[in-house]
Design a protein around this ligand. Structure first.
Ligand code: PLP
Length: 445
């Protein structure tokens, strides 16, 4: 893009807390080009994040030097693999302020949520009385919100279908926030569990969890917090969060794909039957019946994704070196800048909170006269990689009456130049489709 566009008055480049150039040098993929030599402007970390060299090195080192199945076998490699696997658990646990025994490794957030949902329905028929405490059945209610990712909606719909429980939900306000006006009605004595996202993947909204968790506990319900979009982007400490479960995915926080986390309060985890059964989660196995290990092993059946867990440990170390407070402040500055610029473009509508109050760095928008997929196509041609579609949160786009949105998400390597590239590309899309306003901000047309 050769045209120089002046930036709107509200778009100020305050100094960014993170050293973007130094961080970019840690990510091998960011040095490649796309679309005939263009700089890669990666604004899709909300879907999956790129990986720093230290994460790639940790996985490679495991396979090259220590590869064995952890928690099985007594040989040296097995001992080393077990040590590295458990050391990663300790790092992840410390990252969220939890004891190690409360951290269960899964494949991703989706599996973590399914684990809880299946454990709650398995509880109803568990032969062990101690596993029936949280059983969900007919007459019970599960509460979600209208802004949940499908991963935090469908497992609960399915749980209700399996058990005869009823699904209820909190709606949304026009400006992209949770409508809590009927919280005390929706969350009531019949509620068994409330599942809510901490940060919306599509709207960017950061939810006020304190009141929701307090109400849920008041009526004796469990609370599962979907941290897939919050744990990578802000400090999250389970001791202050106050929930019963927290789920997140390694691949969205600089770690590998194939590893996720279920954190659960020990007392609750300990009262749940397993979801998957098999090797390494058992105490005694007989042909007639078997008994299970305590958490977290009870929920980690089979040889685990060891290299990925170790890679996640390296990702956590990387984020801790940067400091999660700085990561949050970095994204807040970028979000403020991006919102000011995008909202200054006539025809662009931000779907979600229009300001930076309780809002993270996921910005969804529509461009009048251009389908979001076409916006994405033009952006991609210019090297700007964003996500388009319903973002696995179909009820949200339906709620706001749009077929889909274009979504930009930021992370530690994102700089103002990335946001400028996005904004310039949106203007270019308007020109390409002949919907550019006659006079735009700063005089560019
Ligand atoms: N929850 C939220 C808010 C998400 O954004 C996502 C993924 O985008 C998920 C859950 C599911 O994550 P995963 O696909 O890693 O299981």
């Amino acid at each position: 893009m050769t045209e120089t566009v002046s930036r709107p008055a509200g778009a100020q480049q305050v100094p960014l807390p993170l050293d973007v150039e130094a961080i970019r040098a840690d990510f091998p993929i960011l040095s490649r080009t796309v679309r005939d030599g263009r700089r890669l402007v990666y604004l899709d970390s909300g879907a999956t994040s790129q990986k720093p060299r230290s994460v790639l090195d940790a996985e490679r080192d495991f396979y090259e030097n220590h590869n064995a199945a952890p928690h099985r076998g007594a040989h040296q490699l097995a001992e080393e693999a077990t040590g590295l696997y458990e050391a990663a658990r300790a790092k992840v646990a410390a990252f969220i302020g939890a004891p190690e025994r409360e951290v269960v490794f899964t494949r991703n957030s989706t599996e973590s949520i399914n684990l809880v949902a299946y454990a709650l329905s398995n509880a109803a028929t568990a032969k062990e009385p101690e596993f029936r405490r949280y059983a969900v059945g007919q007459g019970d209610e599960i509460v979600v919100t209208e802004m949940e990712h499908h991963a935090n909606l469908l497992p609960w719909q399915q749980l209700c279908e399996r058990t005869g429980a009823t699904l209820r939900w909190l709606g949304l306000t026009d400006d992209g926030r949770l409508d809590l006006s009927d919280l005390d009605t929706v969350v009531n004595e019949r509620t068994k569990l409330v599942a809510v996202t901490q940060q919306s993947n599509i709207l960017g909204t950061i939810n006020p969890l304190g009141g929701i968790i307090a109400r849920a506990h008041e009526v004796g319900a469990l609370v599962l917090v979907d941290g897939a979009q919050s744990v990578p982007h802000q400090p999250v400490d389970v001791t202050t969060l106050g929930a019963d479960f927290l789920v997140f995915s390694g691949h969205k926080m600089l770690g590998p794909t194939g590893v996720g986390v279920l954190w659960g309060r020990y007392e609750v985890l300990d009262a749940l039957p397993p979801f998957l059964t098999g090797g390494s989660m058992i105490e005694v196995v007989r042909m007639e019946a078997s008994t299970f290990m305590p958490p977290p092993q009870r929920f980690e059946a089979g040889v685990p994704m060891t290299a990925q867990v170790i890679g996640l440990g390296a990702a956590v170390e990387y984020l801790e070196r940067l400091g999660m407070d700085k990561v949050l402040a970095h994204e807040e500055a970028l979000t403020e800048y991006a919102l000011a610029q995008l909202q200054a473009i006539p025809g662009v509508t931000v779907i979600g909170p229009p300001d930076t109050v309780a809002r993270g760095g996921a910005i969804s928008f529509t461009v009048e006269g251009i389908h979001p997929h076409d916006v994405g196509q033009v952006l991609d041609d210019l090297g700007v990689e964003v996500r388009v579609g319903h973002h696995c949160a179909w009820p949200v786009v339906r709620r706001y009456g749009v077929p889909a949105t274009t979504r930009a998400t930021f992370y530690v390597h994102t700089g103002y130049d990335d946001v400028d590239a996005l904004v310039d590309a949106v203007r270019e899309a308007q020109r390409f489709f002949g919907v550019a306003p006659a006079v735009t901000e700063g005089g560019a047309s």
